[in-house]
Design a protein around this ligand. Sequence first.
Ligand SMILES: *Cc1c(COP(=O)(O)O)cnc(C)c1O
Length: 388
Amino acid sequence: MSLTKSTQTSIMKTYNRLPITAIKGEGSFLYDENGTEFLDFTSGIATCNLGHQPESVKKKVTEQLDLLWHCSNLYHIPKQQELADLLTDKSSFDEVFFCNSGTEANEAAIKLVRKWSGKDSIVTFTKSFHGRTLGSLSATAQPNLQEGFGSMLEGFYYFPYNEFDSLAKIEELKPAAVMFELVQGEGGVRQADKEWIAQLVKICQANNILLVVDEVQTGIGRTGTLFAHEQYDFEPDIMTLAKGLGSGFPIGAMLAKGSIAKAFGPGAHGSTFGGNPLASSAAVETVKEVSSLLKHVNSTSDYLIKELQHLAEHHSSISEVRGLGLLIGVEVKEAASYVTKLRDKGVLVLTAGPTVIRILPPLNVSHQEANQFLSVLTEVFQVVEEGI
Ligand SMILES: *Cc1c(COP(=O)(O)O)cnc(C)c1O
């Protein structure tokens, strides 16, 4: 059976696949079956934050491959312990639960909120994205994603993001928790307003409402700090991580303050693969390396955003450039057509909703690669505006 036939017929059609067969990755580049090179500014959707096949991570995973692949969480796993220590040292959290994906990390957070509080009310925000399993999907305030899947989990309330009216409603409702992204990635690269977050934090802390931050996309250096909430000057009660944590090795984590984590005892939650030795070794090295890259992330971000704003001044089809760190959005009328035109010229980017081009370079992207991207993007905008 040919590769094309099997991929067209035997994989469920949950994704609309683009016409690229990804065979190999190296640094900021992805290669197809013909050896065609693509500058990859998608990073596997904010996952390969150190580019493809980062040497240091590869080395640690290879060392672990020679020792032990999997053993279950019934035993002590040194790499998992090392990762938990590293994550708690680098944040204000005390304990970590490991799983394999973002949606699982959020499921764990929802369960912990319920167990700790004895309540099931959680406020989330419009255009949020928290995952596809039923609990996380219930938290995802996007009706089009929930449609057709029957009743959602009880207890979720959806309020408008970044709107001050929502704060009064939260104060009145006194839910067990609020759960939010600091930059809505899937929802269009929308950054939370600093004053809005400051007031939200104040209300939650005064009313014993848990602050649950979904950093599945914003975490692990993507926004220029190891975690995005560091730029908002507050300590969440719970944080979830996944995407960038393992440089592409599947791993997720839910971190919590000790006083909250203590609601989970043996048997309260679990995961067969969670914190697996291979994934943990990838994550330890990733977190260490990303931590030393943050200056580079910020200077590259400043440069890219400045150049994109410059491009916007010359092209009326760009209505806004926004972003935090290397999670960057360019607002246009129809993002998909730009993504296609860029791909035809060997550059990969994503959309975030119908009108936003989402740009997610690896965090160690070079200045030369950033310039390569900018020059192709400029060409594409010139072609579009000249109507060719
Ligand atoms: C991608 C994403 C998720 C879901 O992660 P999966 O690993 O696909 O389950 C959850 N929250 C946010 C903010 C995300 O960007």
